[in-house]
Design a protein around this ligand. Structure first.
Ligand SMILES: [Zn+2]
Ligand SMILES: [Zn+2]
Length: 102
């Protein structure tokens, strides 16, 4: 199950579970759409994979015990250990390879 991390790992923007601006990679590294499109160019700086939009977890339980109340979002903020320069260099080297070919 997704952790639903609370922030962009680079710019620290809040990304609450209902946000439509949250992007995740296969390891659930989490960034905002702005960082993914401009800085990262669809390259995860941690694993080199591509991103997809993070699905919104429903807040209304239309099935028993299946909702944000039963499986709450993470509150543990995660910030990148890499500098902007390190990220730019890494992403520049990978961005021209399609995610399915990485
Ligand atoms: Zn961001
Ligand atoms: Zn990743």
């Amino acid at each position: 199950m997704l952790e639903l991390r609370p922030n962009c790992e680079f710019c620290d923007k809040d990304l609450p579970p209902e946000s439509t601006e949250a992007c995740i990679c296969t390891y659930e590294c989490t960034f905002c759409t702005s960082c993914v499109e401009s800085l990262l160019q669809n390259v995860c700086p941690n694993c080199s994979g591509g991103f997809t939009a993070r699905p919104v977890r429903p807040s209304t339980a239309r099935r028993n015990n299946v909702s944000l109340a039963s499986q709450p979002a993470s509150t543990k903020r995660v910030l990148s250990k890499y500098s902007r320069q390190e990220i730019e260099e890494f992403c520049r080297a990978v961005k021209d390879v399609a995610p399915e070919m990485r």
